[in-house]
Ligand binder design. Structure first.
Ligand SMILES: C[S@@+](CC[C@H](N)C(=O)[O-])C[C@H]1O[C@@H](n2cnc3c(N)ncnc32)[C@H](O)[C@@H]1O
Length: 239
């Protein structure tokens, strides 16, 4: 059984180690569908071109880039992650896109976000909350940094509920994906950790309750790709 401990140094070290192959494996293992999931997430914010967006657990910056490059896109995006090697690759992508003035990638912790109170219009997280040691602390801090009425959008993997699809999916997710991941990333644990951490993460209804506990309303969870991914959306109270 893979180790699902979320100790920050372990998680940051694991992502630092796989950073050079992270994007390639993301697109390969999801057959490119990850781009669609990110586009759906950004579309759900309903950007107008004026917003300041915070992308937590930004990794190599794909969601931060999607937020800025959408039409209309965010005015400004700040991406936060604690894995320096992931950010280095993200910064190179931002530079290549000529977006250094619109996207800043910053090293920091999603449980102690290095951003002022009530200062962002939307917070996004793609496939990151599952890796955060204390999602409760992260949700509390997200509520702190969002402006009243601000939007929260989270993508996260889940175990599909359809019985037939689940059998096929789990055999891929638990047996084939870790082998491909290990061969390409040359990291023994990371792609065994992925399915194990999805299995250990909160169910969609439990996660929606956590968001409500932190004062979010209009909380919803939309199933994507046969329930293998959920798109959570919520609003911070207008006070
Ligand atoms: C699976 S990657 C997702 C990256 C990116 N959002 C994407 O869609 O490709 C998860 C990222 O979460 C980051 N992470 C996990 N816990 C974190 C925390 N407490 N604070 C900041 N970053 C964290 C990891 O370093 C890693 O880059």
């Amino acid at each position: 059984m893979a180790d699902v401990s979320k100790e920050p140094a372990r998680i940051a070290g694991m992502f630092d180690a796989i950073a050079p192959r992270y994007d390639l494996l993301n697109h390969l293992l999801s057959a490119g569908i990850d781009r669609y999931w990110r586009r759906r997430a950004i579309r759900s914010i309903g950007l107008t071109g004026r917003e300041r967006v915070l992308d937590l657990c930004t990794g190599t910056g794909d969601l931060a880039l999607a937020a800025r490059q959408a039409r209309p896109g965010a005015a400004r995006v700040v991406g936060v992650d604690f894995a320096g090697a992931m950010l280095t690759i993200g910064m190179e992508k931002v530079r290549r896109a000529g977006l250094e003035r619109a996207i800043a990638l910053v090293r920091g912790d999603a449980m102690r976000i290095p951003v002022a109170d009530a200062s962002v219009d939307a917070v996004t997280i793609a496939f990151g909350i599952r890796n955060v040691e204390d999602p409760d602390a992260a949700c509390r801090d997200i509520a702190r940094v969002l402006k009243p009425g601000g939007r929260l959008v989270i993508l996260e993997f889940a175990i599909p509920t359809n019985r037939l699809f689940r059998v096929v999916y789990l055999s891929y997710f638990r047996h084939i994906l870790p082998r491909i991941g290990r061969a390409i990333s040359r990291h023994d644990a990371a792609y065994g950790y992925l399915p194990a951490s999805v299995g250990a993460f909160a169910s969609p209804s439990a996660f929606m309750n956590l968001l409500r506990k932190h004062g979010f309303h209009d909380v919803s969870a939309d199933s994507l790709t046969f329930g293998s991914v959920f798109l959570y959306t919520a609003k911070r109270l207008e006070v």
